[in-house]
Design a protein around this ligand. Structure first.
Ligand code: NGO
Length: 528
């Protein structure tokens, strides 16, 4: 009897000790900012070993009266409200708020800031979350960090139980490159405005700031052009495999542009030319050298179509398209494609690209083109997007151009992860999650140093991708890695450390209902 009592007492004590330790352990993980698994990795983190608790009475205070900052505050409030269920107000103020609140405050040096500064500083104490930045984009990026400091269930669409703890300390952060982007091919398969917005949300989470939309190709023309209505009506009426395709009206395009803008993401529209133009050639007979319209195309071959480079109407067409597109595109760039024009003679291609550059400049925009355009005479300010040909990238830099890095064997999101991936292509190789991460844009091409690199763009071509769940599968978990390559200093990056942080993102992917590829290269684990 006595022994039994002793046994139960010892067992109870053991359970108590285990529980105590568990609590102590989880309290430690909540309070150690240096252990936070943030992607992209911040430039510096200093932990102070305590935690802030987000409570129902928390509000978001904004310094000053800026409408833009109020909108950012509202964006944060809306995000937090969904899962906490708290009634969070956005309040403007001139002085620091009481304990328990979030404070968005302009940094003291904001007067000397450059417009492209996207950095922020997040200071968390037991009493307050203080986010400061010189520009709105910095506040927006800081909020993305804050999201990742909260438990993953903050990303759920429905009300969740607390507590909502955030470890204390300071994070100072700014990007390595000014251009951190992704491309979505909406031509091979068309994607709805809603799908594009979800894609934009993914980019925003990881502080990416450009979305390149591949709006035209052989299989589909996806943007309404009022002066050439059949481009969208006829040229947009199908897609790879013969589905019904679709196009964005100018109003819908503007809706996408604005949605992206509110997330500090700039849309880069691409009209691919002189090749990849069958959808246009099928819509207007006069654009063909033969004077006859081609048939719509729903296959996946490349390199068979070309605009007729010696017709005046070709340049009238391009001028109209670029004028209409420039008018609805607030961002600085128009992408002119220029890739794989295998049916255009070299002696026609070069003057064509030279003329098209002038057209884009005349409409007040800067030019991006695939690296193939480097054989033409590049105008000042041109950006060459490197995808395949290293010699072209070097040629572009020799002409003073900057390079946007999208090497197909590293940064193409349509490449299969491995042999067993059912979606995607593999002409540039398999790209497992580690391979996608282990490279440096500043050292990839001898002769193209960091000063010549504008940034990085991960491209999702959609010959085999038909819906948003397929998009998610190809994008996750590679996208956070591309974001980190673009944002975090290369000296602090290494796969073995990164893969642990990536593994801890799993519960966020789940909370956001993302269909990710569960790569065996990643130690998937629950963070808390
Ligand atoms: C190439 C080609 C695209 C394909 C893609 C598929 C470039 C710049 N042109 O990349 O038309 O869709 O590969 O991976």
């Amino acid at each position: 009897m006595i022994n039994r009592k002793k046994y139960f007492a010892t067992a109870a004590l053991l359970v108590f000790v285990v529980l105590l330790n568990h609590d102590a352990l989880s309290a430690k993980s909540h309070s150690d900012l240096s252990g936070a698994s943030i992607i992209p990795k911040p430039v510096s983190i200093t932990a102070t070993g305590d935690y802030f608790v987000l409570k129902p009475q928390c509000d978001i205070y904004i310094q000053g009266q800026s409408e833009e900052l109020k909108q950012i505050g509202q964006y944060l409030a809306d995000k937090l409200k969904q899962s906490t269920g708290f009634a969070i107000d956005v309040i403007t103020t001139d002085k620091a708020p009481k304990h328990g609140n979030i404070f968005l405050k302009l940094a003291d040096n904001s007067a000397n800031s450059k417009p492209e500064d996207e950095g922020y500083e997040l200071t968390i104490t037991g009493g307050m979350v203080l986010l400061s930045a010189v520009n709105p984009a910095g506040f927006f990026h800081g909020i993305q960090t804050l999201r990742q400091l909260l438990p993953a269930r903050i990303e759920m669409a429905s009300k969740q139980a607390g507590p909502w703890k955030i470890a204390t300390g300071t994070i100072s952060d700014y990007p390595a490159y000014v251009y951190r982007g992704a491309m979505l091919d909406v031509s091979r398969h068309f994607f709805s405005v809603q799908d594009v917005k979800r894609f934009i949300e993914f980019l925003a989470c990881y502080k990416m700031n450009f979305l390149h939309l591949h709006l035209s190709d052989d299989q589909g023309w996806r943007i309404e052009i009022k002066s050439w209505p059949d481009l969208a009506k006829h040229g947009g009426s199908t897609q790879v495999g013969g589905g019904q395709g679709g196009y964005y009206t100018q109003e819908q395009y503007s809706d996408i542009v604005n949605y992206a803008k509110q997330r500090y993401i700039t849309i880069v529209p691409e009209i691919d030319m002189p090749g990849h133009t069958n959808a246009a050639l099928a819509s207007y007979p006069e654009l063909n050298c033969s004077g006859k319209a081609t048939e719509l195309y729903t296959g996946t071959n490349v390199g068979f179509s070309t605009l007729c480079t010696n017709l005046d109407v070709t340049y009238k067409f391009i001028d109209d398209v670029v004028r209409e597109l420039a008018a609805i595109t607030p961002g600085p760039y128009i992408h002119i494609g220029g890739d794989e024009s295998h049916s255009t003679k070299r002696e026609d291609y070069i003057p064509f690209i030279n003329k098209v550059q002038d057209i884009v400049i005349s409409h007040g925009k800067k030019i991006i083109g695939w690296d193939d355009i480097a054989i033409a005479s590049l105008k000042p300010g041109v950006v060459a997007q490197h995808w395949a040909n290293v010699k072209n990238a070097v040629k572009a830099v020799d002409q003073g151009a900057r390079i946007l890095m999208s090497p197909a064997n590293k940064a193409y999101l349509d490449m299969k992860y491995d042999k067993s991936t059912t979606l995607g292509l593999h002409w540039a190789g398999y790209i497992e999650v580690d391979s996608a991460y282990i490279w440096d844009p500043a050292t990839l091409i001898p002769g193209v140093g960091k000063e010549s690199v504008l940034g990085i763009e991960a491209a999702l071509w959609t010959e085999t991708i038909t819906n948003i769940k397929d998009i998610e599968y190809m994008v996750f978990p590679r996208l956070p890695g591309y974001a980190e390559i673009g944002w975090s200093p290369s000296s602090g990056r290494n796969w073995d450390e990164y893969k642990i942080r990536l593994g801890k993102q799993e519960e966020r992917f789940k909370a956001m209902d993302i269909n990710y590829y569960p790569s065996q290269k990643v130690p998937w684990q629950e963070a808390r």
